[in-house]
Design a protein around this ligand. Sequence first.
Ligand SMILES: Nc1nc2c(ncn2[C@@H]2O[C@H](COP(=O)(O)OP(=O)(O)O)[C@@H](O)[C@H]2O)c(=O)[nH]1
Ligand SMILES: [Mg+2]
Length: 310
Amino acid sequence: MISNQYTVIDFETKEEVICAARGKFRYMKLDEKSSFNRQLTMKTKKDVKIVQISPKVGDNVTYDDAEDIQVIVDILPRKNDLERPDVANVDQVLLVFSAIRPDFSFHLLDKFLIIMNQEGLSPVIVVSKIDLIDEHALIFLKEKLHYYKSIGYEIYYVNSKQRIGIDTLTHVFQDKITVLAGQTGVGKSTLLNALMPELALKTQEISEALGRGKHTTRHTELYYIHGGYIVDTPGFSKIDFKIYKPEELKNYYHDFIKLSDACKFKSKCLHISEPGCGVKEAYELKAMLDSRYENYLSFMEDIKSQKDKY
Ligand SMILES: Nc1nc2c(ncn2[C@@H]2O[C@H](COP(=O)(O)OP(=O)(O)O)[C@@H](O)[C@H]2O)c(=O)[nH]1
Ligand SMILES: [Mg+2]
């Protein structure tokens, strides 16, 4: 996207078409839960059901090629709308964690998963640097992560430096728009290089060698990758979820929702001190990963103390 010039991929021919966009677009059908809608205040929500937007990376559009110049005529409703990176309609996020350097953090994993649920994004978990951790520690980490597999998350283990495990990952990109996310230094750029060596994206090592630190972010772009698209700039490195009501937190835990069938208070149960709680029982019986429940309690405390401040 350059000023008023957009590269559109034709859905049928898969060809690139350069289009212009005239002015702003009316955008209706705002999803109640869309991140865009959440930015609007209650007042504007009532007053303005129609907002004006411009096309952005990831948008599905219709274009008119009747004239000698192609023009975008409509933007289809966005299923989600991220700001950083500035992309619409993201299908999934590759959550990259290193096994070590920096240490794997279950606290950060649980936090990311909450945010993914809030934003309507499907996570794929990638553990990098498996070559740097000792064999027993890796087995131990995999055993713990098995809990996440059991509740439906996909997990891949890679050594991006030697391109080990990369081939097991390539199928996840098919027909999807993917964003990479994870702390600085976990190996996002190295993984992207391993996945698409033809692009030879600069890892930190290269930019450090040039004495410039991390490369600065320009406009966002999509790259074709194994049958889908990937966003060139990563998102969600420093993050916090936006939950203000303690009773909301449990709704972002797929596993807790299932277990709450067994709760005496069903969906009203906060899984803290209520009698007959299915979640707490699973924790006590070791049917749930300890840290999963303990992190939940700690997020709960964070939300409560944040609430006390106002
Ligand atoms: N041994 C090993 N080093 C890795 C791996 N992935 C990344 N690294 C190194 O970890 C450092 C940070 O990687 P980088 O891709 O820049 O992380 P980013 O900040 O997430 O983009 C670099 O020195 C990489 O060479 C891996 O799987 N194995
Ligand atoms: Mg990087």
